[in-house]
Design a protein around this ligand. Structure first.
Ligand SMILES: [Zn+2]
Length: 337
């Protein structure tokens, strides 16, 4: 998401700049957590990848934290909004081409909506629109075997398999007036939300990046790309310089949360649901399976920040479908893994 920000004077800006110069990682992990020298790679060091919260999977009475992205080589099947006009289609295709040429090793293939793994939609006018210029989510699929999570070379076998972007055609300006996005704003917003869909879940607290939270920076980069400049984003470059599933830490869980997760996993696997999947946002995280007709059976944690403030026990909330699943499973004596 991108939202507008109003400068409050030079003193305020200087304070922000000073704070940002030594800003600690915001995602709850650091480059020193990466295995086998991966954290020493220049692409990683020169980024704010660590401002993006990691995905997780239950493991050994705690959570195993890892990064997730789309696989290399295979084109990502993407659908454009069915109600887009020719100007909007042109801008969205510029956005897709810019990411294809951004050095990540990914590319897109335009397909009909039914065949898409990444859907781009415009939010309908009226209520319920995401704030700012839009919203995006990306689902990471985690492989499990008879012994639980599957690892290869120490990495969780996981990759993004589905993503969805909602773009607003209008956005409130600094005075709160709803204004149609101009070409550069729409391109900037599309690039930004695509960055989330590609796996960067957060917003860097410093450094030039299309993933910045402020509309000014995003529009500026949109204008540069519109004029033919390549899209260069250190944060997505860093994510795609690392293998999908690379582990960036572990955090312990309290006994109640560990038991709930173990029961949830056992129940969903017993009925052979599809999953698990992980979805991570700025502040929320969701761990879920899909049942018949795609119904999501999900556990959600809010205030998702591994490490730091998360030293207190993480509490999960089951959605309605997951509550039914857990109730049907009964108060089993599932051993905590
Ligand atoms: Zn955003």
């Amino acid at each position: 998401m991108v939202t507008g920000g109003k400068a409050r004077g030079p003193g305020w800006l200087a304070a922000i700049a000073l704070a940002a110069a030594c800003a600690a990682p915001q995602g709850g992990w650091d480059y020193s957590d990466l295995p086998a020298g991966l954290g020493d790679r220049a692409e990683v060091r020169n980024s704010r990848l660590f401002d993006s919260a990691p995905h997780w999977v239950p493991s050994d009475r705690g959570l195993l934290l890892f990064l997730c992205r789309w696989p290399d080589l295979a084109p990502i099947p993407v659908s454009l909004p069915q109600d887009a006009d020719s100007r909007e289609l042109r801008i969205l295709r510029v956005a897709l081409a810019a990411w294809s040429n951004a050095g990540l090793g990914i590319r897109f293939q335009e397909v009909v909506p039914d065949a898409a793994r990444l859907e781009i939609l415009f939010t309908p006018s009226g209520g319920g629109s995401p704030r700012g210029s839009g919203d995006a989510l990306a689902d990471c699929a985690i492989d499990i075997g008879p012994n639980g999570v599957v690892f290869k070379k120490g990495q969780v076998q996981a990759r993004i398999v589905w993503a969805s972007i909602h773009l607003n055609r209008r956005q409130a300006d600094a005075l709160g007036r709803e204004m149609a996005l101009d070409d550069d704003q729409l391109l900037g917003a599309a690039l930004h939300e695509l960055g989330h869909a590609l796996g960067y879940s957060g917003h860097p607290v410093q450094g030039a990046s299309i993933m910045q939270r402020t509309t000014d920076e995003v529009r500026k980069i949109g204008a540069r790309v519109a004029s033919g400049a390549p899209l260069i984003d250190p944060n997505l470059r860093a994510l795609y310089a690392l293998p999908s599933g690379v582990v960036v830490g572990r955090i312990p869980l309290g006994p109640d949360s560990a038991r709930l997760l173990a029961r949830f996993d056992a129940s969903a696997r017993k009925v052979d649901f599809d999953g698990p999947f992980s979805r991570v946002g700025d502040t929320r995280t969701r761990y879920f399976y899909r049942g018949d007709q795609g119904t999501a059976y999900a556990l959600t944690a809010t205030h998702w920040r591994p490490g730091g403030a998360q030293k207190a026990e993480i509490a999960f909330q089951a959605n309605a479908a997951a509550q039914v699943l857990l109730r049907l499973a009964g108060p089993t004596k599932t051993p905590v893994p």
